[in-house]
Design a protein around this ligand. Structure first.
Ligand SMILES: [Cu+2]
Length: 437
């Protein structure tokens, strides 16, 4: 097909003066449509957070409140300040002004989940619940659903596992600028205080099929159809969250004004759009086609090193309960004991390629929020041992859950190798302490 051969020229009307109908909106709407088929929310976690986190409230019953915020500078490891978009929760003091990443949302399988979401700042946003399967209206994919405004997202999680939520409007930029948080679907009884469970701590359970891995005690098989809330789950004593990310500081410096990332449409959209001086001459056009990260982070913690180097985060770093749905003790650097079951949830939030290797054999139990070998997928896959020192390759948005149970003490590191997505050039080695005593 050619635009230059008259026979193939598709006549199009000018959009001058009507850009808003055709291009991404620049300014946030003040309101958004009501949620279709609104049900009563049944998620018990916001009330648990209000009861256990100091100063926390639950302003809308059984409902998460989320603010999508624009334009906060955070200091990197070397003191450089970069612009971030942050996710806030006005019900939780520690999350009120936004955090990077956003607060981790834990939700039991099967509840009716509501998030009342407000966009704050100059740019419109959405939330996409990555890996969850909501209705189209609640899927939060920019340009196919509404931009916020404010909106109550509604969905029901059906698979226990690791997910994340992120802004899906001008995604390349907004996701890179930090508008994401981790999302964990837990067994239906995870926040049910009966049976003497420590619902604000560990052990907890996650989905797995460990019929062939007797080294992990406490695995319960059975069938999901039985209604047993812990069928096909295993308990874990220690939980670590690794959200692997990379940051191109040039993007932050050049792209702080949203207008400059859009072409101004000419008389023939797609043919004579103007890619220069599209914002009254104040900013030049900046397109997200060139990505060269120079900062590297895990779960918001900077790896303190320059491009081309190897650097470690400190031991003993964990996430406060305030940012983990009231659950105390989730780790980033791993500190555990011999013969404890350790669950590491890994999300690749980087745009470059990453390779994660461990100083110990790990068992991969779930990929992208689906537990390997657990119905209805049992026929098609199964958990497997990933040998010590060999890299697990991951790309953007992937989640991998691994279990570790060490028989001997370990004082080492997991390594995250970043390689350029186009050239495969080595970028950085980030190291995360793993200390098992
Ligand atoms: Cu956004």
């Amino acid at each position: 097909m050619s635009f230059s051969k008259p026979g193939f020229l598709i006549p199009r009307r000018s959009v001058e003066g009507h850009e808003a109908e055709w291009v991404k909106s620049f300014d946030p709407p003040q309101a958004s449509p009501p949620t279709p088929e609104l049900l009563n929310p049944t998620n018990p976690v916001p009330a648990f957070v209000a009861a256990t986190v100091r100063g926390a409230t639950n302003a809308i019953p059984n409902t998460e409140r989320i603010y999508l915020m624009h334009g906060t500078d955070l200091s990197m490891w070397d003191g450089k300040k970069l612009e971030f978009y942050l996710i806030g929760n006005p019900d939780v003091p520690a999350a009120k002004n936004g955090t990077f990443p956003g607060p981790t949302i834990r939700v039991p399988r099967g509840v009716v989940f509501h998030a009342h979401v407000e966009g704050h700042g100059q740019t419109p946003h959405t939330i996409h619940w990555h890996g969850i399967e909501p209705t189209a209206m609640n899927d939060g994919v920019g340009h196919t659903s509404m931009d916020l405004g404010e909106y109550t997202y509604q969905w029901q999680p059906n698979h226990i596992g690791s997910y994340f939520y992120h802004c899906h409007r001008n995604t390349l930029q907004h996701f890179d600028f930090g508008l994401y948080g981790f999302l964990i679907v837990e067994p239906p009884d995870a926040f049910d205080p009966t049976d003497g469970k420590n619902i604000g701590g560990y052990p907890r359970r996650t989905a797995a099929n460990l019929n062939d891995f007797p080294e992990f005690p406490g695995f319960i098989g059975g069938t999901l159809e039985s209604g047993d809330p812990v069928a096909m789950t295993v308990p874990y004593d220690v939980e670590a969250l690794w959200v692997i990310d990379d940051i191109d500081s040039v993007w932050r410096e050049q792209a702080s004004h949203a207008h400059q990332t859009f072409a101004k449409h000419g008389n023939r959209p797609g043919v004579d759009d103007r890619f220069r001086e599209n914002d009254s001459g104040k900013y030049d056009f900046f397109a997200f086609h060139d990505y060269n990260p120079n900062y590297f982070v895990v779960t918001g913690v900077n790896f303190p090193g320059r491009l081309g180097s190897t650097a470690s985060i400190k031991p003993g770093i964990s996430l406060p309960a305030d940012l983990n749905s009231g659950v105390k003790g989730m780790q980033i650097s791993i500190a555990a004991k011999v013969d404890q079951t350790i669950l590491v949830r890994i999300l690749c939030a980087a745009y470059t390629k990453i390779k994660v290797s461990f100083p110990v054999d790990v068992v991969v139990i779930a990929v992208d929020g689906r537990a390997l070998g657990v119905p209805p997928f049992g026929k098609y896959n199964h958990p497997y041992t990933h040998p010590v020192g060999t890299p697990i390759e991951m790309s953007t948005a992937q989640r991998i859950d691994v279990l570790i149970r060490a028989k001997q003490p370990i004082d080492g590191f997991a390594q995250v190798e970043y390689r350029h997505h186009l050239s495969d050039a080595f970028l950085f080695n980030g190291r995360i302490p793993i200390q098992i005593k």
